[in-house]
Write a protein that binds this ligand. Structure first.
Ligand SMILES: Nc1ncnc2c1ncn2[C@@H]1O[C@H](COP(=O)(O)OP(=O)(O)O)[C@@H](O)[C@H]1O
Ligand SMILES: O=C(O)C1=C[C@@H](OP(=O)(O)O)[C@@H](O)[C@H](O)C1
Ligand SMILES: [Mg+2]
Length: 171
């Protein structure tokens, strides 16, 4: 296969909570003129708020609903933004081997202001929870990544433009 045959899709955004996966993924999809799917938004549309799913049925049930949303989303020849914990699923890890995977990260300092009033049930203790969870998952994100971008100190538009340029050069 020559490099010109390589499609960047699905292009999948992974990384810790509030790294920018949803916002930046949506912009990249618009710039590339392809569909955009956010798996959390799919789950919420069908099953209601994530914090309610966690409270009523537990995290395990959320992970099942999330996995089903990931399977559907990866059918899309476009951009897919995952929730931060979706990569914990071994089947999702295997699926991502066939995708372009963009790992977005951020520092705890940058994230602090992004998670105030957060609807994320795993962040009851704010940045301390965020850091612990990111530390646990970091090796998984790094192993799956085609590219790693820190979003801490640059505007969303600039980061999205950089990813678009990279994706076009790559395909
Ligand atoms: N590069 C950035 N600079 C400043 N704020 C950002 C940046 N990326 C994301 N944010 C903000 O952080 C919050 C979480 O972004 P979101 O895209 O929902 O992250 P994720 O999907 O990774 O959890 C939003 O309020 C968003 O505006
Ligand atoms: O990291 C996680 O386990 C989670 C991340 C959230 O998505 P974002 O990463 O888009 O915030 C959402 O799926 C849920 O609150 C659990
Ligand atoms: Mg998101």
């Amino acid at each position: 296969m020559s490099t010109s045959d390589r499609t960047p899709f699905p292009m999948v955004f992974i990384g810790p909570m509030a790294a920018g996966k949803t916002r930046i993924g949506k912009r990249v999809a618009a710039a590339l003129g392809v569909p955009f799917v956010d798996t959390d938004k799919r789950v919420v549309a069908v099953h209601g708020p994530i914090k309610d799913i966690f409270a009523v049925d537990g995290e395990q049930r959320f992970r099942e609903l999330e996995r089903a949303a990931v399977v559907d989303a990866l059918e899309t020849a476009g951009v897919v933004s995952l929730g931060g914990g979706a990569v914990l699923d071994p089947a999702t890890q295997a699926d991502l081997l066939a995708c372009t995977v963009v790992f977005l990260s951020a520092t705890s300092e940058a994230v602090a202001s992004r998670i105030t009033g957060s609807k994320r049930p795993l962040l009851q203790n704010g940045v301390a929870d965020w850091q612990r969870i990111f530390d646990e998952r970091r090796p998984t994100y790094e192993a799956l990544a085609s590219i790693h971008i820190d979003t801490s100190n640059r505007p969303i538009e600039q980061i999205a433009a950089e990813i678009v340029t990279w994706a076009k050069e790559r395909s």
